[in-house]
Structures are given as structure tokens and as C-alpha cells.
Design a protein around this ligand. Sequence first.
Ligand SMILES: NC(=O)c1ccc[n+]([C@@H]2O[C@H](COP(=O)([O-])OP(=O)(O)OC[C@H]3O[C@@H](n4cnc5c(N)ncnc54)[C@H](OP(=O)(O)O)[C@@H]3O)[C@@H](O)[C@H]2O)c1
Length: 335
Amino acid sequence: MPKSRAWHLVARPQGWPVPEDFALVETETAEPGPGQILVRNLYLSVDPYMRGRMNDVVSYSPPYALDAPMTGGAVGRVVASAADGFAVGDHVVHMLGWREYALVDAAHSVKVDPDAAPLSHYLGVLGMTGLTAYVGLLRIAEFSAGETVFVSGAAGAVGGLAGQMAKLKGAKRVIGSAGSDEKVDLLTGEYGFDAAFNYKRAPVAEQLRAAAPDGIDVYFDNVGGDHLEAAISSLRVHGRAALCGAIAGYNDTERASGPRNLSRMVPWRLTLRGFLIGDHQDMRPEFLREMGGWLRAGSVRHRETVVTGIERNAEAFLGLLRGENTGKMLVALPE
Ligand SMILES: NC(=O)c1ccc[n+]([C@@H]2O[C@H](COP(=O)([O-])OP(=O)(O)OC[C@H]3O[C@@H](n4cnc5c(N)ncnc54)[C@H](OP(=O)(O)O)[C@@H]3O)[C@@H](O)[C@H]2O)c1
């Protein structure tokens, strides 16, 4: 069987992770047992939630074990199979990323068609991130046509899609924030947002008020912190926020204080609602139908930032936290 390399977490990051927290370890691969497939991974996903799994705390998914292969989304080609319905040459999405070869229980994988879409799309626009944008906007924030929407992290994988979906579903106005002038240009250019601002240039509350002088109805929160506080101050009566993520605080060593303006929630009758995409898989067929149509029509644009080589997996993850990606951050493992 081929040799493989896998990334281990070897130290729990204190604050910002550093390269020394990770190690690339050579491993043996085993023959698949009954119900298993051996997959040569072709794209690995790096995602902000992985930072939370590096901490030894109780959360919705268990912490990464030290000195063991890390996990995450991946797509690859089956190279050996002992599972009914899975043949060598099939392509699957599964959760044993951060490695070259993965021995996967076939029941925990989903077959995908490389002729229907590039394989990388199954980790991004057609995968977990696309579904997150769809569910957050439509089910959690209960967006409806004619409303004004603010999306933070808007040049990222989830945010870029959430804003464009709002436009496609009839938003009156869509505003995005991102961390560079180039990303802001992408939002108001290619992605078709009505307004966008660079949150590093001036206080978020000030820039949001200028971009949405009449307030917002929906906030899609990828960032938390000062973005969330600013959005609460701009939400109109019956406004809703979908709390998708809070990346501004993922490397904090002390718990940040909450938004100082929660007292607005009662008189303005606001709803702030967190969600995890794992609870909303029932929306996947509807999402794939609609997103497939938008992609075929060319009405959704999306970017991928692809870093090549298993050696660069940890570096790609660190780059994601620093905002080096535009759209979905991926690691490619060419054969
Ligand atoms: N609830 C769920 O089930 C679920 C599922 C998937 C993702 N999420 C969450 O959704 C959010 C987006 O995830 P994604 O996969 O699409 O990642 P992403 O947005 O593609 O990448 C992360 C981005 O966060 C931005 N960022 C980093 N530090 C920041 C800070 N201090 N303030 C503002 N922005 C900052 C960076 O862009 P800039 O250059 O703009 O700073 C970076 O590119 C994350 O919070 C993630 O945890 C939640």
C-alpha cells in the first residue's frame, strides 16, 4: 500500500497558532476492511472552525487529539474499495482531510460527480460553505425580498455567497465588509454588492451607518466582535441576525466582552440566532437545485484560493485566519 503523510496537532495553540503547533508525519496506509474505501485525497478544506477544535474545551465537536491525524473536509478518488457500491475511480467527499490517503468508512462519505462540477466546488460553492450561506440567510435570518442585508467576512467563502444569494432573492440593498481594498472592489464589482467597506480603515459602526443610512433588516455575522455590535445598532425594528461565526475572537486568550448594546433588542424586537450547519442537512437538496441553476446561469460568482502541496496545509490554515484567502481556501494535492 502507498505511504501517506498526515498532519498532527502537536501542541495546543495559545492565542494565534504557530507552525510549531503542527507536524507532518509519514504513515502507512492499510487495506480497506469490509465497508471501507481507501481514498487518495485531491483537495483538502481548511476552515475557521478548525481553530476551535485545537482548544481542549467542550464544544459541539470534540477537540483534536494531540499527536494524531487531524480531520476536516476533503474530496478524493477511491483507489481501493471493500464497500458495496463504491468502485475504484469513484470520487467522494468525506471528513478525513489533513492527509494524502484516507481510509474511510464508505457510509461516512458522499459520492460526487467530477463531470458535473470541478471537484474543488464540492468543498465550497456546492459544499458545506455554500449550504451554510443558504441556510443562514433563508432559514435562520428569514430573509425576504425587499430587505436590506449586511454581510461581514463578505469576501470569504460563506460571506461572498450569502450576499449574492440575497441579491438573487430580491434584496433591496446588500452591504459587505472585508479586510482589504481589493476585497472591497471584488464585492462591489464582480459580486454585485451595492456597497462595501474595508473594516480596517475606520470603525465598523461608522462605516455601516454611512453605507446603510436607513438601517438594515438582516445581518449575516461571520465575524462577531465590533461587527456584531455595529450591526445591532443598525438593525431596524424586527431585524434579524444569523450568527454563523465569530472569527474576530477565535484566537482570543480571554473571553471578549459581549456587544454593549443588547438593550436595543427589546424595543427594536430584534432576533439574534446562532446555528450550526450540521443541524440543517435537510435543506441540501433544495440548496443544490437552486445553486446548480445559479451556477449554470452564471449568476453566482465565487473564488477559490488554492495552495498546492500537503506540506503547505498548516500554512494554508494559518493564512485563512489572517485573511489571505479570497473565497474558499483549499489545499490541492495533485497526483
Ligand atoms: N455555523 C456554521 O455551521 C458555520 C459553517 C461554516 C462556517 N462558519 C463560520 O463562518 C465564517 C466564515 O467561514 P468561511 O469558511 O467562509 O471562512 P472565510 O470567510 O473564507 O475565511 C475567513 C475570513 O475571515 C476574515 N477574518 C479573519 N480575522 C478577522 C477579523 N478579526 N475580523 C474580520 N474578519 C476577519 C478574513 O477575511 P478579511 O480579509 O476580510 O479579514 C478571512 O479571509 C467563520 O466565522 C466560520 O467559523 C460557520
